[in-house]
Design a protein around this ligand. Structure first.
Ligand SMILES: Cc1ncc(COP(=O)(O)O)c(C=O)c1O
Length: 385
């Protein structure tokens, strides 16, 4: 099976189990589909645009998106980073997935390598492959943080980009400013050594979902050739609406040519432009977010429960996933045992990290509560204390 098939496979097993045992008796922790509804401001803006249509608001537009929306994003990023962004550095996209594909099509030549850190969001493999690139997988440390030595060993004259994701899917790890600085410094040195740009692509889709009062550092200050891809799929809980953006570092000298390429690729990949209505809606929602405390509460119940049962687990600091160690080496076998208790999770194998499993906790509280006895029974079965 293709590695990425694991999430879908488990999700589909869940549908079959629900038919057999009833919706409320199956505890499906497989998908990253936000359970929280979009914030009130989202509905307010949506109603405003639907009730007061403006002539032309459903027509084609510049492929980069509405200038007013890009201005709003630029203003938000300038305030957050202290670096002056303008609409010229922003391209509106069809979600983060659309954005990452646009970036990779723009920067990759056949055979170029893109470094990703394991465990990883498995779609990256396919996105890189879409554009003739070769994924170069680099392990992380015990807390799922990139290790400089391994990274350095994997940067070659063919490396075109390092693609990172913090807060991370599937681990919930948040990279510190020090980690980002070390990565940026290394890329700067390697650019000089190999005489070509090495892009740092930061998938910031979970950026607003951080816990314990933490702030997620911005990457722009650490490397000039930096590109952020993100979306409102998770922070406004609207993944079905396909709205996101790419932001190019204003400190990158070749940004004019790069952005020209991004706009062209947005067009010729067939996205054409990000959805018009959503661009209008999110224009004034750049600082809005779902109530992060709700996810934090779910994390706490799950994390504390698992620790008490003896699972070895790193406390996630963001996103809505937790990535414990499987009590047995064979994560697929472990996931199979859990399934006997109608609890569905995804084996770590599906994220390039066998020996672990991923729990997605963007679910209703009863799903978490209902899953805990299953986790406990399997923990006891495998001798955890
Ligand atoms: C790390 C990561 N990047 C990108 C995406 C895709 O996001 P979007 O729905 O905005 O395309 C996801 C979706 O789950 C994700 O987890």
């Amino acid at each position: 099976m293709l590695e990425g098939g694991w999430i879908r496979k488990m999700f589909e097993e869940g549908i079959a189990l629900k038919k057999k045992y009833g919706e409320r008796n199956v505890f499906d922790l497989t998908l990253g589909n936000p359970v929280i509804e979009p914030p009130q401001e989202f509905h307010r803006e949506l109603r405003k645009w639907v009730d007061n249509p403006v002539p032309g608001m459903h027509r084609y537009m510049p492929n980069a998106g509405y200038p007013e929306t890009r201005d709003a994003v630029a203003e938000h990023l300038s305030a957050e980073t202290g670096i002056l962004f303008t609409q010229n550095e922003i391209v509106m996209t069809c979600g983060a997935a659309g954005g990452i594909n646009v970036v990779l099509k723009t920067i990759l030549e056949a055979g170029d390598e893109v470094v990703i850190f394991a465990p990883f969001f498995v779609e990256y493999i396919y996105y890189i492959d879409n554009h003739g690139g070769v994924p170069r997988i680099v392990p992380t440390d015990a807390r799922f943080i990139p290790e400089l030595k391994s990274l350095e060993e994997n940067i070659t004259p063919k490396t075109r980009a390092v693609l990172l994701n913090s807060p991370n899917n599937p681990t919930g790890a948040v990279y510190s400013g020090d980690t980002l600085k070390a990565i940026g410094d290394l890329l700067g040195r390697k650019e000089k050594e190999f005489g070509r740009a090495i892009y740092l692509i930061s998938d910031d889709i979970y950026r607003k979902l951080v816990y314990d009062g933490l702030e997620c550092p911005q990457v722009f200050q650490y490397h000039p050739a930096t590109i952020v891809t993100t979306s409102h799929s998770k922070d406004l809980a609207v993944p079905g609406e396909r709205i996101g953006y790419i932001a190019v570092n204003p400190q990158y000298k070749e940004r004019g040519e790069l952005v020209g390429g991004l706009v062209f690729c947005n067009r010729v990949l067939g996205f054409v432009n990000a959805p018009a209505l959503m661009q209008n809606v999110v224009k004034s929602l750049q600082d809005a977010s779902v109530d992060v405390a709700e996810y934090e509460g779910k994390r706490d119940v799950l994390y504390n429960g698992l620790v008490e049962m003896g699972y070895s687990v790193v406390k996630p600091q963001g996103a809505f996933y937790i990535f414990p160690k499987s009590p047995v080496e064979d994560d697929v076998a472990f996931v199979g045992e859990l399934q006997k208790h109608n609890v569905l999770v995804v084996p770590g194998k599906g994220f390039g990290a066998p020996g672990y499993f991923r729990i997605s906790y963007c679910v209703e509280d009863w799903v978490i509560e209902g899953a805990l006895p299953g986790f406990k029974a399997v923990a006891q079965q495998f001798g955890l204390s």
